[in-house]
Design a protein around this ligand. Structure first.
Ligand SMILES: [Zn+2]
Length: 426
């Protein structure tokens, strides 16, 4: 039995690696193809070749890091590396929770260290070369350390809690663990902006001025409170622009990057904001949270059926089953399920993006949003012609081309809104 599980694990790892590389290959092969009519004029000739070079360099780095990570993971299974780390953990402590924390601590730290050269190359070579990078070595190091610390505190805390629940409740462990993880997820979704973001960035309220007035007019009209809109100093790390909606209830918040505000005119910024308010109106964050809680329940239930089986741990070369070794084997066996769930989540997310675009088009101005999206793609050197299959599997947002086509169906309808609101162009 454990022999079969071993080979299933290897097959899953291989399949995952091959499909990812195949999709990447399709995407890169499509580069340089003719730009669709809707997208003409976004890049001039020089910018377009710059964009292509940027995509190529990122693709190359992706292949190197993906291949290395695949080979190391494979070696960990083939040469029983997890059994080795497991024996180190047990040689230090006989306490199950401490052993699990040590086990994952060693693996996470090692994988972090292996990832650093790729991260450094990405930030200080590729992003630097194409003029995006603003991260100083000091910020980079402190980000890495904070990330490790957060992972240790949050990941370690949750792991300890789940094993503790398992020890106390056995059969019904998955229900109690599900309740605990759900409460934690809801707490994090609410307080993410208050607890996590400030560790990395500053968030400030909109400054008085023309932009704030334009935003106030729009926000009042659609019933969104102005003091839930924040500006974040994304320029600390990169010139790339973005905006997002987060939290729910009293803790909801729209966050605009300072880089977005620098690059766009008032009309475009309000259009982006309208898109984010669309996510709020359609309750997308709440929907995402509920779906992920449901998925977590299913995952914990299946895990609870397998956790005591010695076949899982023996497939990894460990004789007596234990919780953390079971988690590693289960993590790989569950990958095909999460791969398929991921496809559905991306489909749902793309549908939600269209809904938010529709909201912005109907309540503000489709042209302003189209112009903002084009500008974002141009400044971020986005790929204008991704392969449809790549999009199907990997994109959480529809490609620019599809979004513009969708926005075109609204015609000029919203344009009078901005005139009424006396929104002037910067
Ligand atoms: Zn969106």
């Amino acid at each position: 039995m454990y022999g079969t599980i071993f080979w299933i694990i290897i097959a899953i790892l291989l399949f995952d690696f091959l499909i990812e590389n195949y999709l990447d290959y399709l995407n890169i092969k499509r580069m340089g193809s003719k730009i669709p009519r809707e997208l003409e004029g976004i890049y001039d000739k020089d910018e377009y070749s710059k964009q292509q070079a940027y995509q190529r360099e990122n693709h190359r780095l992706g292949i190197y890091s993906g291949t290395l990570s695949f080979l190391i993971t494979l070696a960990m299974f083939v040469f029983f590396g997890f059994a080795f780390v497991d024996s180190i953990a047990w040689s230090i402590t006989s306490h199950a929770i401490l052993a699990a924390l040590l086990f994952f601590g060693i693996i996470m730290l090692a994988s972090n260290i292996l990832g650093i050269p790729f991260s450094v190359y990405d930030t200080f070579v590729i992003e630097e070369k194409f003029g995006f990078n603003k991260t100083t070595p000091k910020i980079f190091i402190s980000d890495q350390l904070k990330g490790l610390l957060l992972g240790a505190v949050i990941g370690g805390g949750l792991l300890a809690l789940i094993i503790f629940i398992y020890q106390k409740t056995q059969n019904l462990f998955w229900i109690y663990a599900w309740i605990a993880v759900s409460l934690f997820s809801i707490f994090m979704a609410m307080f993410y902006s208050n607890l996590i973001v400030p560790l990395f960035n500053k968030q400030t309220l909109l400054e008085e001025g023309e932009l704030r007035n334009a935003i106030r007019n729009f926000a009042e009209k659609v019933g969104f409170r102005l003091d839930n809109i924040f500006v974040i100093n994304g320029s600390k790390r990169s010139t790339k622009a973005n905006a997002y909606f987060t939290g729910f209830g009293a803790k909801k918040r729209i966050v605009l990057y300072d880089t977005l505000i620098d690059e766009m005119n008032t009309d475009e910024i309000v259009a982006v904001l309208a898109h984010e308010i669309g996510h709020y109106k359609k309750k997308h964050v709440l929907q995402g949270l509920l779906i992920s809680l449901l998925q977590m329940g299913i995952l914990l239930y299946i895990f609870s059926l397998l956790i005591d089986s010695s076949a899982l741990s023996r497939a990894l070369g460990v004789e007596t089953p234990n919780f953390h070794i079971g988690m590693v084997a289960f993590g790989i066996l569950y990958a095909p399920v999460s791969f398929i769930l991921g496809i559905f989540m991306n489909m749902l997310s793309r549908k939600n993006e269209y809904q938010a675009d529709t909201f912005a088009a109907q309540h503000y101005n489709p042209d302003a949003l189209a112009s903002a999206l084009k500008k974002l793609s141009q400044k971020n050197l986005s790929n204008l012609t991704p392969h449809p299959l790549y999009v199907f599997f990997n994109y959480s947002h529809p490609p620019l081309f599809e979004r513009l086509k969708h926005l075109e169906t609204f015609g000029q309808r919203g344009a009078e809104f901005s005139a009424d609101d006396s929104v002037s162009e910067v």
